[in-house]
Design a protein. Structure first.
Length: 372
């Protein structure tokens, strides 16, 4: 893993499966995989919104996974027990953001309540009750220490908040409202972003103090792309978001007690922003959404492969992994490995989490093709 991150070609391609909340597997798909492998074990949901499964260590070892990761900020939640005549389950997270999913035919929770929605001012932002940034879940230091001191130590990934600055802008205000803020009142939008930035820096300080001595990769997420373009113009990104990202990434690297590689998850068509991300200290880019516009893996490797590590892009999860044949999956893996692995700077992972409609046969075909 360290060779790959340092742009040296390793003896084999490192694999991430479940090292962060964008490289895992949805609980239905995981239960189907366990049943196919005749494994009878309870399954823990580790991410309530995305309904991600905690991956058993025996599965991680069987697939030769090179990472272990933890997000200590993902808070425990209580499902509301009220009887909704429309047939939904609800929960409210520690930010006051409300979610729901159908009781029947459900896969995920969707956002339905935004605590800073409607007409607001900086006064409302000042009086909003942010979560306690020092309240982290679990004894992270002991967990990381055990991983680091094991006989075959993995690369350790620390993902210290539930979402990115821009993402929290959407979630707290609502998508329409935050886009309108960006266009009509950027000072208000940036005031909220700065408050979120302060919170995130405090979380990273607490998390790195507890377990930073064991961490190899620090992981942030902030979706900046859509299927066909960026969410904002590159000029808007440079003016309003980039300085705040730079401040956060620099703070993480300088606060860490050891050298870390700065990873950023950002879905969609973000090719226009990759030079900006490299400039502000992003070492690792995920998920490399190969089905989005202008995200061809061969071109990306040629243009940026010496400056940034591609963590993902191993197989398309929009069409090939859920709807292709095992042979389609094997061919896709071979293609992406040929494009991205030469010279190092590549960690194999799916393009985002494995979704509930992916068959066990296709998951096993992907893993076998990688080992080949």
């Amino acid at each position: 893993m360290l060779k790959a991150l340092n742009h040296k070609e390793p003896d084999r391609i490192p694999l991430d499966f479940g090292g962060c909340s964008q490289t895992g597997i949805q609980v239905n798909a995981y239960e189907n995989l366990l049943a196919h492998l005749n494994i009878d074990k309870p399954v823990e949901v580790t991410d309530m919104v995305q309904q991600l499964a905690g991956i058993d260590k025996d599965i991680l070892n069987q697939f030769k996974v090179d990472t272990r990761g933890l997000n200590p900020s993902m808070s425990e939640v209580d499902i509301e027990s009220d009887q909704d005549p429309a047939g939904y389950k609800y929960f409210t997270d520690r930010w006051g953001i409300r979610y729901r999913k159908p009781k029947v035919g459900d896969y995920y929770y969707d956002l339905v309540g935004h605590p800073l929605g409607g007409e607001i001012s900086t006064h409302d932002i000042d009086h909003f009750k942010f979560p306690d940034p020092t309240q982290l879940r679990g004894d992270m230091g002991s967990i990381f220490k055990a991983w680091a001191e094991s006989s075959n130590p993995p690369a350790i990934v620390l993902e210290a908040t539930e979402g990115g600055m821009v993402e929290f802008g959407f979630w707290l205000r609502g998508f329409n409202a935050f886009y309108i803020d960006v266009a009509s009142d950027p000072k208000l939008a940036c005031y909220l972003l700065d408050k979120i930035l302060e919170f995130k820096m405090a979380v990273w300080e607490a998390a790195l103090a507890q377990a930073g001595q064991y961490v190899d990769v620090t992981w942030e997420a902030d979706d900046l792309g859509l299927q066909n373009n960026t969410m904002f113009s590159p000029n808007f990104y440079r003016k309003y978001i980039k300085p705040r990202h730079q401040k956060l990434f620099s703070y993480i690297k300088h606060t860490s007690p050891r050298k870390v590689f700065m990873g950023l998850h950002s879905c969609g068509s973000i090719r226009a922003l990759i030079p900006e991300l490299i400039e502000i200290g992003v070492d690792v880019l995920n998920p490399i959404q190969v089905s989005a516009a202008r995200m061809d893996t061969k071109e990306l490797k040629k243009e940026f492969g010496k400056e940034i590590t591609f963590w993902g892009g191993g197989v398309d999860t929009q069409s090939i992994l859920p709807r292709g044949t095992p042979e389609d999956v094997r061919n896709e893996v071979r293609r992406r490995v040929e494009d991205l692995s030469p010279g190092g700077g590549f960690v194999f992972a799916t393009v985002h989490n494995i979704q509930p409609d992916v068959s066990p046969q296709n998951i096993l075909a992907m893993m076998a093709a990688l080992q080949e």
